[in-house]
Design a protein around this ligand. Structure first.
Ligand SMILES: Cc1ncc(COP(=O)(O)O)c(C=O)c1O
Length: 402
């Protein structure tokens, strides 16, 4: 009997570009070679002890052993609303405008199924987090990628968005602080985007999973723009802010009809995030972030500075990230990003992510995740120096402007 193919919607997703690198990694490790993995956006640091204590304490309460609700615990949502008011100056209704998620990826992947019909079009960034594409594809909607250009600070060009939009365009994704480029959006940009979306009748989905990882001023929420309140939904995550990727918890805040549709879909598919984890996570926003946030940002700042400075010294053009924990650099002229990543790995054991894994516009770039200690980043830079991949150094001054 032949094995049946998976569904066409699954086959429609791009080939998993990292599979070859993964295979090489397994081979190298089996051969006893040292691998320095700077490819994965998963914090190396553990979940902080105060949070673990809260989880443990909440886990002993039998009330938390039952099915959660799909929307999340009212008490947790009230804590989130209080934090949202403090952090962004935006008052949201905890029950109508806020829902807990099993990690932000769950909400991001499911949103199109909740609000789109087959044939609707979804604008999404290229390079971008692959789940926007997968979510649209699974909802039988049409993904339409818009370019993020370095010359525009990796922000969408609204005139270009306008050209790509059609009467079938229902949704646009934005993601700041941005994965993979590390760029930030300003309030002025959000204001212009919301005005554009109003004119075109488009819903905005803002992925703010990295909202608390920044190196200068705290980035805004799109919900600070009054007109966004009726047409935007924003996704937040505890994963990166609290080194909690393994605990799977996040939340969505936004227009009641969008949050409501997502919750209604969730009620049919999942039973919500475990309550002990919701309880601890929601507590952490107000009870722990004020001390933990600055300390965590200092860790990533040091790593960022070491990586950016080191790459520039090697002649690699790299723009300084303003947020998230990635550095987005240019591969040597004329080399494909996948070939570059393979060459670096074969010669040095350093794993980078080829830019093309985030979309066609990522070709010509690579991503370093700052999810390893400074010593590992320094060692990786040293190994790269031996490889001398950027043959004609561009120099610090010119590289910073690219
Ligand atoms: C841009 C972006 N959004 C969302 C997520 C999902 O995070 P989580 O599901 O852990 O909240 C990630 C994870 O890497 C990401 O990079």
């Amino acid at each position: 009997m032949t094995t049946p193919e998976p569904a066409k919607r699954l086959q429609a997703l791009p080939r998993y570009l990292f599979a070859e690198l993964e295979r090489k990694r397994a081979e190298a490790e089996a051969a006893g070679r040292e691998v320095i993995d700077l490819s994965i956006g998963d914090p190396d640091l553990p979940t902080p002890p105060p949070l673990l204590e809260k989880i443990a304490e909440a886990a002993t309460n039998p009330a938390n052993h039952k099915y959660p609700t799909s929307a999340g615990m009212p008490a947790a949502r009230r804590e989130i609303a209080a934090w949202f008011a403090d952090r962004f100056g935006v008052a949201v209704d905890p029950l109508g405008e806020c829902a807990m998620l099993i990690g932000s990826k769950e909400g991001i992947g499911h949103l199109p199924l909740a609000i789109l019909d087959p044939g609707d079009e979804v604008l999404m960034p290229d390079p971008g987090y692959p789940v926007y594409f997968a979510g649209a594809t699974f909802a039988d909607a049409t993904p339409v990628r818009y370019p993020l250009r370095e010359s525009k600070g990796f922000l969408p060009d609204l005139e270009e968005l306008d050209r790509l939009a059609t009467p079938r365009t229902r949704l646009v994704w934005v993601n700041y602080p941005n994965n993979p480029t590390g760029s930030l959006a300003t309030g002025a940009f959000y204001e212009a985007l919301v005005a554009w979306a109003e004119r075109r009748g488009v819903i905005i989905a803002s992925d703010a999973a990295y909202s608390e990882l920044y190196y200068g001023d705290a980035p805004p929420s799109i919900l600070e723009i009054p007109a966004a309140r009726g047409r935007a939904i924003e996704f937040h995550s505890f994963s990166k802010t609290f080194n909690m990727t393994g605990w799977r918890v996040g939340f969505a805040v936004g227009a009641p009809h969008l949050v409501g549709a997502l919750v209604r879909l969730k009620a049919n598919l999942d039973s919500g995030a475990p309550q002990a984890i919701q309880t601890a996570a929601a507590w952490a926003l107000k009870g722990f972030l004020p001390t933990h946030g600055p300390a965590l940002r200092a860790v990533y700042r040091e790593r960022r500075d070491v990586a950016v400075e080191g790459l520039r010294k090697l002649g690699c053009p790299v723009s300084e990230p303003g947020g998230a924990f990635y550095v987005w650099g240019r591969v040597p002229d004329g080399e494909r990003s996948i070939d570059f990543a393979e060459r670096v790995f074969d010669h040095t054991g350093v794993m980078l992510t080829p830019g093309v894994g985030f979309g066609e516009q990522g070709e010509g770039y690579f991503r370093i995740a700052l999810t390893g200690p400074v010593a590992a980043i320094e060692k990786a830079l040293h190994l790269l120096e031996g490889l001398a991949p950027w043959k004609a150094p561009h120099g610090v001054a010119s590289s910073s402007s690219r």
